[in-house]
Design a protein around this ligand. Structure first.
Ligand SMILES: Cc1cc2nc3c(=O)[nH]c(=O)nc-3n(C[C@H](O)[C@H](O)[C@H](O)COP(=O)(O)OP(=O)(O)OC[C@H]3O[C@@H](n4cnc5c(N)ncnc54)[C@H](O)[C@@H]3O)c2cc1C
Length: 410
């Protein structure tokens, strides 16, 4: 992009997870040179995100990957909250509103999303992607920012740029280097979530594309995540169990919780991944020339799929800021402060409270009275008969991670 006001900037992105890859793609499409570093040899394929809400869809569009994501993924239909015996409590029909909404909720498991993103990144000459580079330190002065990375042989290399962005996930080294090893304000839930990918015909039992089962101990989400019948089952487990114990206990959990009470021979289990869950946000998402985004900056529990959705809105906004700086349309000090303020405000006012309610709804609500006592479920029920309310509900679910106009995608 060569015009008289264009200023070449070099951005170093730490972490080639979904947020780092998307940020790289948006910047590279605007002709900004990116160095993308990851400590591993390739993308992470653990069972994590699969559902991306409308605000994330807008960012996938910004990165030029939405058509491929939609080709490989799908838009889910109904979403139902159920009792443990499968009895429906309330249903949100056509939850993605795909006929009316070009930014409709879309499903694609993170490992498949990663493949799409990687293909686009590898084809873009503005992105230099370096695997096996573990960032161990960062630094900055008035004119530059840098990272120190260690390769597999233990060699240290310093890489210089104009800005550094930490997209290096929940255990972010960039965040730790900025704020200290243990400084990540918030809380850890007294809960362990086990995410599994499994082939099992839930549809035969009348289950919809997305199901939330409300129960004090056997709460879970069962959602179809591919068009060939793979399902994500994420369930609560005793926090005292070790990984081996979680794996050993999984068949008994499935036999007790899932419709049809299946034995291991009735399903094909592909992955089992236990996670502790957190609600945390860093004290700042910008410190001079160094920024944080997505899980490196904030975490929420996975019920309702707000983690990466929020992270992608971060990187969409941050990319706009950095492009504005390169085009000399924006003052770097001011615009990066806006990024920091707006994204943390969105976390504290939207992502944290809504994702917390989502978790409490499935794990700490009486299923017998949920539809009367839980405000959100009561609204879903009323929206089934009231078109105006349904429109309001859809607008809320489209807007949960947007910020009011004026801050735009930020
Ligand atoms: C069970 C489960 C289900 C979920 N479901 C959803 C969902 O449906 N929708 C949704 O929006 N979100 C969901 N999430 C959250 C979502 O998975 C995360 O928010 C998302 O993966 C974060 O992406 P990221 O790019 O910020 O970090 P990560 O995906 O963690 O990527 C970080 C990258 O940084 C690299 N890295 C780490 N340290 C260094 C270092 N020192 N140097 C260099 N590289 C480094 C890592 O190798 C990795 O590649 C779910 C999470 C879980 C656990």
């Amino acid at each position: 992009m060569a015009n008289s006001t264009w200023r070449n900037i070099q951005v170093i992105i730490v972490g080639a997870g979904p947020s780092g890859l998307i940020l790289s793609l948006i910047l590279a499409r605007a002709s900004i040179q990116v160095t993308l570093l990851d400590s591993e040899a390739t993308i992470d394929s653990r069972p994590r995100a699969a559902h991306y809400a409308p605000s994330a869809i807008r960012v996938l569009q910004q990165a030029g990957v939405l058509a491929d994501v939609r080709r490989d993924g799908f838009m889910p239909k109904d979403m139902t909250w159920r009792k443990i015996d499968g009895t429906p409590i309330v249903t949100l029909t056509d939850c993605s509103q795909s006929r009316h909404n070009p930014e409709a909720l879309t499903v694609l498991p993170l490992n498949l999303l990663g493949k799409v993103l990687l293909k686009h990144a590898e084809a873009n000459s503005k992105i230099e992607l370096r695997w096996n580079q573990r960032v161990v330190d960062i630094g900055q002065d008035a004119g530059r920012a840098w990272v120190v990375a260690k390769d597999q042989a233990g060699n240290l290399v310093e890489i210089l740029g104009d800005y550094v962005v930490g997209c290096d996930g929940a255990n972010s080294q960039v965040r730790k280097s900025l704020f200290g090893e243990k400084n990540f304000p918030g809380k850890t839930w007294h809960a362990q979530i086990v995410a599994t990918n499994v082939y099992y015909p839930f549809e035969k039992f009348g289950y919809d594309d997305i199901n939330f089962i409300i129960h004090p101990t056997d709460y879970y989400m069962a959602a179809r995540i591919t068009t060939d019948g793979l399902w994500r089952v994420s369930y609560g487990e005793d926090t005292s169990l070790t990984l081996d114990e979680v794996v050993a206990h999984q068949p008994a959990k499935f036999a007790r919780m899932l419709p049809g009470h299946p034995q291991p021979t009735d399903y094909e289990l592909l992955n089992v991944g236990p996670y502790r869950i957190h609600q945390r946000c860093a004290d700042a998402m910008r410190f001079g020339r160094i920024c944080l985004a997505a899980d490196a900056a904030h975490l929420c529990n996975p019920f309702g799929g707000m983690g990466l959705t929020g992270g992608l809105v971060d990187v969409g906004g941050l990319a706009e800021c950095l492009i504005g700086i390169a085009e000399q349309r924006a003052d770097a000090e001011e615009i990066l402060d806006v990024y920091d303020r707006v994204r943390r405000e969105v976390y504290h006012t939207i992502i944290d409270p809504i994702s917390s309610s989502n978790f409490l709804r499935v794990s700490a609500t009486d299923p017998e009275t949920a539809v009367e006592k839980d405000e959100f479920l009561a609204m879903v029920k009323r929206a089934g008969e009231d078109k105006v309310l349904r429109k309001e509900l859809d607008d809320v679910s489209s807007l949960v991670l947007h910020y009011p106009d004026g801050c735009g995608i930020l």
